[in-house]
Design a protein around this ligand. Structure first.
Ligand code: ATP
Length: 517
């Protein structure tokens, strides 16, 4: 199945099974804003818990905060967002559609890359074991031609970004004949800068009110609390402050479902270090974060680091963790070495001394910062797109059947266990509820008595429930049940008293934490 079709099916699945709804749907929706539904919110909370505990619980020197969304407007002046939090936009005059000029160019480069990958895949299939990919890439004329084209675009792109040259960005689009996907024409406007921050008024009267911003990142809430946390928590450098919270960006183009939203959630860590030690910590956090991603059990080749072509004004090193979505490799997390830029700016704009006295060095300095910043919603989409599978299954009578299964990492699944009485009578429902009452304090359980057992299994597969147990007449006699495993569909008879232990070893967060490096 084509990857675009998989993606469409996934979006439909998210709605049909109560994971994600379009915001304000009965009013025809609000562009790039989404609501998490009854199962979606459970998965989202589990992702957040996995991140929070791995940061705050498992690191002695990391603490968390929850700062307000509204902040003093000068903060955004100090951080550079008022002047520089811009994206370059371009309009197609025929379709009247708006695009990010940088994204149009990046998409072109991704097309060249996809062409090269296709050639490599074809050759790999043809030559089998003896295939030498490196040599093939270096010598195959079609791969080489695409690589040259891609490198040429890349060089111009990086130069244009470096010089902030908007005319050159447009020229790259014209010279490479990039067309609007809607109108198919190359009739473009000039490229302009567009500030992504939303603003609103605080205060009751027009005169007495002031313009404030909805935060476009959670990081600044951490920086302006640095001193408070360091003092009250008696924190010693190196130490980190973690935060999960909403952020808002007036994205020019918001497509691809929850990948790019105007209201989204971030999980950010600002790690404060001695000046000069930032590259050591940058490498350490790169490794730690990649291990967090890989512990989820998806294939290693789905991940890669992508170093930034253009460093932000505050950074001296920056890389993205990219994941292979159905629509290609895309950023899920940014890891940045932000120097002392933010704290120094706040020191200057607030007039308050923001420094750390290092007893070992016997001197004061403005700490340097390494940041890890990940989008909850992108993680959600990543996990759902990787988990979604359509499978053909052999039945006992020799016929085949189909199932849709969400192979979610068990620890993140919204429901851990479904309990199903075989029939609605003879005391089986009561026995099933007894099991749930025993387990519900530790695990999310669901009771289901409607339809055939087969249909009930399919429903649970479709929402990613790792285990189902069926309560039958024998259960009343010997306190055993049939447990069915989502991934293998294998069934076995076990004692009810063993259930908690089985669940604990397979579905608790511990199983993920133990894999972390
Ligand atoms: P992009 O280049 O995709 O716009 P970014 O580099 O601007 O992303 P950062 O400012 O580094 O993103 O934000 C950190 C993380 O926050 C991103 O890796 C992403 O997971 C998430 N994020 C950023 N913007 C959005 C958005 N509009 N919708 C959902 N998540 C987002």
């Amino acid at each position: 199945m084509a990857q675009e079709d998989v993606f469409k099916k996934l979006v439909a699945h998210c709605k049909e099974y109560g994971f994600v709804f379009q915001s304000s749907e009965i009013y025809d929706g609000l562009s790039a804003v989404y609501d998490y539904a009854q199962l979606g919110v459970e998965l989202k909370n589990n992702i957040k818990k996995y991140w929070w505990d791995s940061m705050v619980k498992l690191h002695e020197n990391v603490v968390g905060i929850d700062s307000a969304i509204f902040m003093h407007p000068t903060i955004w002046k100090a951080s550079g967002h008022v002047d520089a939090f811009n994206d370059p936009l371009i309009d197609n005059k025929d379709s009247k559609k708006r695009y990010r000029a940088d994204v149009l160019i990046e998409d072109l480069m991704a097309k060249y890359e996809a062409k090269m990958d296709k050639e490599v895949a074809k050759a790999k299939k043809k030559f089998g074991e003896s295939f030498d990919e490196e040599q093939f890439r270096a010598t195959n004329p079609r791969v080489k031609a695409n690589k040259e084209k891609m490198d040429a675009v890349h060089k111009r792109f990086v130069d244009a970004l470096d010089k902030n040259d908007l005319d050159e960005l447009k020229q790259i689009i014209i010279d490479n004949e990039i067309a609007c996907p809607i109108s198919g024409t190359k009739n473009w406007t000039d490229v302009r800068q567009f500030n992504l921050m939303f603003s609103t008024e605080m205060g009751s009267t027009a005169d007495g009110s002031s313009k404030i911003f909805l935060r476009p990142e959670t990081a600044q809430g951490i920086f302006v609390n640095y001193l408070n946390v360091q003092k009250t928590g008696r924190m010693k450098i190196p130490f980190g402050i973690a935060q999960i919270g909403k952020a808002f960006r007036n994205e020019i183009v918001a497509r691809q479902f929850i990948f790019r939203m105007r209201e989204f959630e971030q999980m950010e860590l600002q790690f404060f270090v001695r000046p000069g030690e930032e590259m050591k910590w940058f490498d350490k956090w790169k490794e730690t974060r990649m291990s967090w991603h890989k512990a989820l059990g998806f294939d290693d080749d789905k991940y890669r680091f992508h170093d930034h072509d253009k460093l932000a004004h505050y950074a001296n090193a920056a890389t993205d963790v990219e994941f292979k979505f159905p629509f290609g490799f895309k950023e899920v997390e940014g890891i940045h070495s932000r120097t002392d830029f933010d704290l120094s700016q706040h020191q200057e704009f607030s007039g308050k001394k923001i420094q750390y006295f290092d007893p070992e060095l016997n001197k004061s300095y403005v700490p340097y910062v390494v940041e890890t910043s990940i989008g909850v919603d992108r993680m959600f989409l990543q996990i759902m797109s990787e988990a979604y599978a359509e499978e053909k299954i052999e039945k006992e009578d020799g016929k085949t059947d189909e199932r849709v299964v969400l192979r979610l990492p068990a620890a993140l699944a919204p429901i851990k266990l479904a309990v199903m009485p075989l029939t609605k009578k003879d005391g089986l429902p009561e026995k099933a509820r007894e099991i749930i009452n025993d387990l519900k304090f530790d695990f999310n359980c669901q009771y289901d008595e409607k339809d055939s057992i087969g249909k009930r299994y399919r429903r649970q597969d479709a929402i990613g429930t790792p285990f189902c147990v069926t309560v039958d007449h024998q259960s009343l006699e010997d306190n055993t049940v049939t447990i069915r495993h989502r991934d293998t569909m294998e069934q076995e008879r076990i004692e009810i008293s063993k259930l908690a232990e089985i669940l604990d070893s397979h579905v608790s967060m511990k199983s993920l934490f133990k894999k972390l490096k």
